[in-house]
Design a protein around this ligand. Structure first.
Ligand SMILES: Cc1cc2nc3c(=O)[nH]c(=O)nc-3n(C[C@H](O)[C@H](O)[C@H](O)COP(=O)(O)OP(=O)(O)OC[C@H]3O[C@@H](n4cnc5c(N)ncnc54)[C@H](O)[C@@H]3O)c2cc1C
Length: 501
């Protein structure tokens, strides 16, 4: 199931894979919003840049987003002020507001036709006892210098709300068209972008790094890990301070009136809405039904939740697209931006965007570009990737490590007590056969595919996802297709395939 964005830009840019070893100033690993924006800025400053992408550019998380460009990251600023103080909250807001302006500037200077539109953004509640949190958020935002409004009505909203916080002049766009625009500009500066080229290892060399890929080697002075979840475990240890969370989206057409703006619920379930263009018509995107990536999900259960929700308010609706993706969430909910580790100089990361990566990826690109150019950046400190604070968040950290340990020592409850014959067609399960743990998928014709369901990242027991027919890791969110091929990081390698009669 492909997103609306990928579906209507599929053949808009075709790039080669790496076919010989190369030398460059900076090797960017990963062509999503963070990698491409950083490569764009560095190219503009005259740096020699090579981008490598495992699949096709902008087809992973950034190609499956909702595409809201806003500094309104849910109800966040009141929390930031109480946990980190006013100065911190002001800088977080400013950095993300500047990102909106930066994106607008890039679109205008590069003449990127990406359906960019200014829109107001709202966080709404339908609950009386949530109103005070919205009011506190309005006060918090005003305190740190931004206008925000408390409203009780939104025109053409599908249901009654109790209140909402409104940020004016935010924006939305078609993220993949924007990324294709960035690529064209990077290529126009004589820099390189290779698709279908997977980084396997980053090795220290005398004057920089050797990026080993499945297609050749890249010798670079500096490296940017823009792989969404960093693919290197050590010495950064990001797997101890981040997890992934998945959400689902549907795009519907309806003849009913739809609301003007971008919306997200304050309380769970966090339904999210916006209008998008499709074949010259307005369609409505509805997102939500989130869960921790890797938790077992029954067939299409999550899409059904969204479709039921859509049908309740838009009885005539027709579902045009369905898709899902996930994002990295840091333990303290602040992105990690900057140097990967004190022990690996000149390797940089930008991750943990907690589903607000349109602006966060631009903030990250600006900070990393400044670091490479040796310039000061006033926001660097608040996103410091090497900060110790998450480690002090003992409760969440203990939970996360406990979850990893449970999955490493094999959560026996997830191994089914039955044999292959009992697995239904078009379904999968983990079973034990001859003292071996097997992951079995039986396709609609009854053909059996068997893998060792042990994640190639850190060895956790995988879960079967019967919506996407994938093996997913509940520890750090790596994903594999039913034949064991790795599709999502942080894992790089596939699963061991098991052959039996
Ligand atoms: C359902 C959903 C809706 C969202 N909606 C919004 C929104 O409305 N507004 C907002 O601000 N944010 C939103 N987000 C968040 C936003 O989409 C992400 O934060 C952002 O796209 C992440 O960008 P990225 O560049 O880090 O990752 P990606 O786009 O995933 O890019 C990483 C790239 O690295 C490549 N890669 C991985 N491993 C390797 C390797 N070994 N070698 C080479 N390449 C590799 C991948 O193939 C991929 O293309 C949403 C997130 C979700 C889950």
């Amino acid at each position: 199931m492909s997103s609306l964005w990928i579906e209507n830009t599929k053949d808009d840019l075709k790039l080669n894979e790496l076919n010989k070893n190369e030398e460059t100033d900076i090797c960017v690993i990963g062509a999503g919003l963070f990698g491409l924006t950083t490569a764009y800025y560095l190219s503009k400053f005259g740096k020699k840049v090579t981008v490598i992408e495992k699949g096709k550019i902008g087809e992973k998380v950034s190609g499956n987003t909702t595409g809201k460009i806003t500094s309104q990251h849910g109800l966040f600023y009141d929390h930031l002020i109480s946990d980190y103080g006013e100065d911190f909250a002001r800088k977080y807001l400013e950095a993300n507001e500047k990102a909106i302006e930066n994106i607008k500037k890039i679109i205008s200077e590069e003449e990127i036709n990406c359906d960019f539109e200014e829109k107001d953004a709202y966080v709404y509640t339908t609950k009386q006892d949530e109103i005070q949190n919205i009011e506190k958020e309005v006060e918090a935002v005003k305190k740190i210098g931004k206008e925000a409004e408390f409203v009780t009505e939104i025109k053409n909203f599908p249901f009654k709300i109790k209140g909402a916080i409104k940020f004016k002049n935010q924006a939305q766009f078609h993220a993949r068209k924007y990324m294709i625009g960035l690529c064209k500009s990077i290529l126009a500066q004589n820099n390189k972008i290779y698709e279908n080229t997977t980084a396997i290892e980053v090795e220290k060399s005398l004057d920089g790094y050797i990026v080993h890929t499945d297609k050749g080697e890249i010798f670079a002075k500096e490296v940017i890990l823009a792989t969404h979840f960093p693919i290197l475990n050590f010495p950064g240890f990001y797997f101890t301070k981040m997890y992934q969370n998945t959400s689902y989206l549907i795009a519907i057409e309806t003849n009913q009136k739809t609301p003007e703006g971008m919306f997200i619920g304050a309380e769970e379930p966090h339904y999210s809405f916006r209008i998008a263009k499709y074949n010259g018509k307005d369609i409505l995107l509805i997102g939500g039904s989130e869960h921790k990536t890797g938790e077992a999900v029954a067939t299409n259960e999550k899409y059904k939740e969204l479709e039921d929700f859509a049908k309740k308010y838009y009885q005539d609706c027709n579902v045009l697209f369905k898709w899902n993706t996930r994002d990295c969430i840091s333990l303290d909910k602040i992105p990690y931006i900057g140097e990967f580790s004190t022990f690996m100089k000149k390797v940089y990361v930008g991750t943990g965007f907690k589903k607000w990566g349109m602006t966060s990826s631009n903030v990250a690109a600006c900070i990393v570009t400044d670091k490479i150019l040796g310039k000061e950046n006033e926001y660097e400190e608040i996103f410091n990737s090497k900060r110790m604070k998450p480690i002090k968040n003992r409760w969440e950290m203990k939970n996360m490590l406990q979850n990893t340990v449970n999955n490493l020592v094999f959560d026996k409850f997830r191994i089914e007590p039955f044999g292959i014959d009992q697995i239904e067609k078009d379904n999968g399960a983990i079973i034990e056969k001859d003292n071996e743990i097997l992951g079995i998928y039986k396709d609609i014709s009854g053909k059996v595919y068997a893998v060792k369901p042990i994640c190639s990242h850190l060895g956790c027991l995988l879960s079967w996802n019967n919506t996407d027919k994938t093996w997913d890791c509940p520890c750090h969110g790596s994903r594999f297709d039913y034949m064991g091929k790795n599709i999502y990081e942080p894992a790089i390698k596939g699963l061991e395939v098991v052959k039996f009669e």
